[in-house]
Design a protein around this ligand. Structure first.
Ligand code: ZN
Length: 288
């Protein structure tokens, strides 16, 4: 289970401009010797006063201008930038903010504009920083959406998200999604659909070995990153099967981003165009 999700919301008691940080001390004094369990940080697992963490790096949100979230249970969007409140200040302002900076840097270099059909290109990356940044967004989203299965699987990566290092049971893929044209058959005018959005979702992969693997999407404009996780340790041959299954699945999930490299060349025939089928089956989405 995850500490800090649901239950009392400590941040409300210490929101700047309201009661302030001091509220914690009078509270414990008032309760005398009774021990109050401090909440623990979703990343470092230390007891701490928790702070507000953006699901998407705030630098990316600023670059896009706004954010909204789709709630499948309510069947509608709600405005406002999605946040969670279970991360300590030390993680939030330290190791996690470095990842935000890295994603903003990648955004400015590669992701600010969308790809057009027929384009070819290169994507340069630092595998550890890229994967840590994407895992953070996905983990934040899973906790915010109270998706316990995904949050539990992603919780395994909390130490890796913080400091990097050895990583297993995860594979990162990139699908470039280009703009698409729609033609009005009545007057022949063309309209361009461009995939300008952030999307964060659970992918309902239902191909081979789907019961043993979890697929998540973190999409930033034309860059749709698919994160594939095994729910438990899986032998190499099962990984081969599931990756082959994903390559042949109805929804294109791109090509593997090699861990041992820092450059991915993308050919025109490895891209797909933006169409509603890509989105229709996603189970939930934090848009921006
Ligand atoms: Zn922490």
């Amino acid at each position: 289970m995850f500490h800090g999700v649901g239950g009392t919301d400590p941040i409300e008691a210490m929101a700047p401009g309201s009661m302030g940080w001091g509220l914690f001390q009078p509270l414990s004094t008032a309760l005398g010797n009774r021990e109050i369990a401090m909440p623990t940080c979703a990343y470092c697992k230390k007891e701490a006063v928790l702070t507000k963490e953006h699901i998407w790096p705030s630098g990316l949100i600023q670059r896009m201008g706004s954010a909204k979230t789709y709630e499948p249970r309510a069947g509608k969007f709600h405005g406002g930038e999605p946040v969670i409140r279970d991360v300590c200040a030390s993680c939030n302002n330290g190791n996690l903010s470095v990842l935000d900076d890295y994603l903003c840097e990648l955004f400015d270099k590669f992701m600010a504009s969308t790809w057009n059909p027929g384009n070819e290109g290169e994507f340069k990356y630092d595998y550890q920083f890229l994967l840590r940044g994407l895992l953070k967004i996905s983990f934040n989203s899973a906790r915010a959406m109270k998706d316990e299965v995904a949050a539990k699987v992603l919780n395994r990566y909390a130490p890796f998200i913080l400091t990097g290092g050895h990583i297993r049971n995860v594979c990162l893929r990139l699908q470039i999604v280009t703009s698409s044209k729609a033609i009005n058959i009545e007057d022949g005018t063309e309209k361009l659909f461009e995939p300008y959005a952030f999307r964060n979702a659970q992918v309902p992969y239902d191909g081979v070995l789907s019961e043993r693997f979890l697929v998540r999407l973190v999409a930033i404009n034309s860059y749709w990153f698919y994160l594939v996780f095994s729910i438990r340790d899986e032998p190499h041959h099962n990984w081969k099967k599931v990756l082959a299954g994903l390559s042949n699945w109805l929804t294109p999930t791109g090509v593997e981003i090699p861990m041992s490299k820092s450059l991915l060349k993308i050919k025109a025939n490895q891209t797909t165009y933006f169409h509603t089928e890509l989105l229709g089956k996603l189970q939930y989405t934090n848009f921006a």
